[in-house]
Design a protein around this ligand. Structure first.
Ligand SMILES: [Cu+2]
Length: 582
């Protein structure tokens, strides 16, 4: 049934879509928009389409007629009604990433009574906007997000915006492949090295460790680089094109400014699998928001962003020379670029490509100092069943399948159980070295400080450990060693203050996403911990967050790498109202 038959006019939808910049995604819109504080209704159809990137056309799925989907511009406090019509021949869904809302409106099939939207059906989402900031929306079904089902959400604050800007642009980063997501996942499952041109294994390392003893093996002279592990260990799917607002590097998406204007860039990592390092050579960026939440301004030259994260930055370009916004995936297999310019048609220089980021022993929490201090029980490590690890390949320390690690004192592995959560100041950017030049400042998670004081300052009453686990050799990614719905859900009582400790036992970074509530990252900022909906947990590291379980329901809690989630790296985070027993 067409939604208009239910009393919603197409014209209204188009009007809103116009305001949202459906046709104007690639053009500038005025920085100061007056928002009517009226309710908003819109129709979004989901259908197969074609997308042209750098002159080449391929297939995709559009929400609301475009890839990316139209930017939804709303205002805090509004009630929004969105009719989503499925014109595919498969079930679909839309999840409102980062929004606080009632569970059934969250749009994750199988959670909170939300069922997939079947072909031909229209589902009506309805929620009140309880927050402001930069967010995004995407499919939570199959691999549809990879196929183009993603768009930006910009919610203007009800009160005065603490961030002043003359221009305001969304830059939605994504990765595009001409292969179907099913094909990608199939190949990953058949052979974990499919996308890896330079196969190498950890087996050599453990063989050396067995022969020479781990102490001799783990030294400065032998780091992962010398093990010839390379960039491909950082990302398990390659062959992507990297896009800004659906445009390839040659398309050169351009944002206009007048010299001296304050330009706000709302940068969203809407990719399926790609962690980006972002910089604008010659232009300092002031980070003003992370995951939609205002932070104390911090001036940086570059930052790394996990899948699902957003950063708002303000830049003040001077002169009429164009600036290149450059986003390199950490495996350096390509780049996304856009241009800030005083008029269309200008191009900034493409900066020299950075060398591929390489994991170091420090990334695995096995840094120099750690060994010297005898942090690790060598004997226990030597007692590890190396045979059991023979089938293991790089990429996932999955070896760290706990059964075979029985002899190892996990807690003694430096960095892997770090009570502070943030062992070193540079932890968030110090892994898989970004290649930041001397004197340049890369954003660290430790820099993020909420602009406002936390509302709930109770010490967490409960601590939940979530181990990030996997077996790369079979392309199974898990939480606490269990695939989705094979393990127990996490249950917390409504109103409780809890700590979640992420222990990454794999050799990949995992952007962990909790629906329904913000996590407050324990990064040392006391009563101003930054509120995050995605926390990028580096390989071999531990990070912890606190939260107040004040959103009842059954929330998805998963790695935001699409194929990790698809292969099992997800659980249920259940906030339940408990009645006292007699
Ligand atoms: Cu993951």
């Amino acid at each position: 049934m067409h939604p208009t038959s239910r009393g919603f006019s197409r014209r209204d939808a188009l009007k809103l879509a116009g305001a949202a910049g459906v046709a104007g995604l690639v053009t500038a819109y005025p920085g100061r928009i007056s928002f009517a504080a009226t309710d908003q209704t819109l129709d979004l159809a989901i259908e197969r389409t074609r997308i042209t990137i750098d002159g080449h056309t391929s297939r995709g799925i559009a929400i609301g007629g475009s890839i990316p989907a139209p930017t939804l511009r709303w205002r805090e406090g509004q009630e929004v009604v969105i009719h989503v019509t499925n014109r595919l021949n498969e079930p679909t869904s839309i999840h409102w990433h980062g929004l606080l809302l009632q569970g059934v409106m969250d749009g994750a099939p199988g959670f909170n009574g939300f069922a997939p939207i079947h072909p031909g059906e229209t589902y009506t989402y309805h929620f009140k906007l309880r927050q402001a900031g930069t967010y995004w929306y995407h499919s939570h079904s199959a691999g549809q997000e990879q196929e183009g089902m993603y768009g930006a959400i910009v919610i203007e604050p009800a009160e005065r915006d603490p961030v002043r800007a003359d221009q305001d642009y969304v830059m939605l980063l994504s990765d595009h492949t001409t292969e179907s997501p099913d094909a990608v996942l199939r190949k990953l499952k058949v052979s974990e090295g499919y996308y890896n041109n330079n196969k190498r294994t950890l087996v050599d390392f453990f063989r050396d460790a067995q022969r020479d003893g781990l102490g001799a093996t783990v030294t400065d002279r032998l780091d992962w680089a010398e093990m010839r592990m390379d960039a491909t260990d950082l990302a398990d799917v390659t062959g992507y094109q990297f896009l800004v607002n659906g445009k390839g590097p040659r398309d050169n998406w351009t944002a206009l400014y007048k010299p001296g204007e304050r330009v706000r860039l709302r940068i969203i990592n809407g990719s399926a699998m790609t962690i980006f390092d972002v910089r604008i050579p010659g232009l300092a960026m002031t980070v003003v928001a992370a995951d939609g939440q205002n932070v104390a301004p911090v001036k940086v030259d570059e930052f790394r962003m996990g899948v699902g994260e957003t950063y708002d930055v303000v830049v003040i370009p001077q002169g009429d020379k164009p600036f290149t916004v450059f986003a390199e995936p950490i495996d350096r297999t390509g780049f996304a670029r856009a241009t800030l310019a005083v008029r269309d048609g200008l191009e900034g220089a493409i900066p020299e490509r950075r060398p591929r980021a390489v994991l170091t022993m420090a990334d695995m929490g096995m840094a120099h100092g750690g060994m010297a201090h005898g942090g690790m029980d060598h004997g226990a490590m030597a007692g590890m069943d190396h045979g059991a690890m023979a089938g293991m390949n790089h990429g996932a320390m999955p070896g760290m399948d706990h059964s075979s690690m029985a002899g190892m004192d996990h807690g003694s592995m430096p960095g892997m159980n770090n009570p502070g959560g943030m062992g070193s100041k540079d932890q968030a950017t110090g892994w898989a070295d970004a290649g930041t030049p001397p004197g340049a400042k890369a954003l660290s998670y430790a820099d993020l400080k909420s602009l406002t004081k936390a509302k709930d300052l109770r010490e967490p009453a409960h601590e939940i450990e979530v181990r990030l686990t996997g077996m790369m050799s079979r392309y199974i990614w898990t939480l606490n060693g269990r695939k989705f719905d094979e393990g127990d859900p996490i249950r917390v009582a409504y109103g409780d203050r809890v700590r979640i400790r992420f222990v990454n036992e794999t050799m990949m970074a995992h952007p962990m996403h909790l629906h329904g509530m913000f996590m407050e990252l324990e990064n040392g900022q006391k009563d101003r911990l930054p509120r995050k909906h995605v926390v990028l947990v580096p390989p071999g590291k531990t990070m912890s967050v606190q939260l107040t379980a004040d959103e009842p329901g059954e929330w998805p809690f998963h790695c935001h790498l699409l194929y990790h989630m698809a292969s099992g790296m997800m659980t249920r985070f259940i906030v339940e109202r408990r009645t006292a027993s007699l």
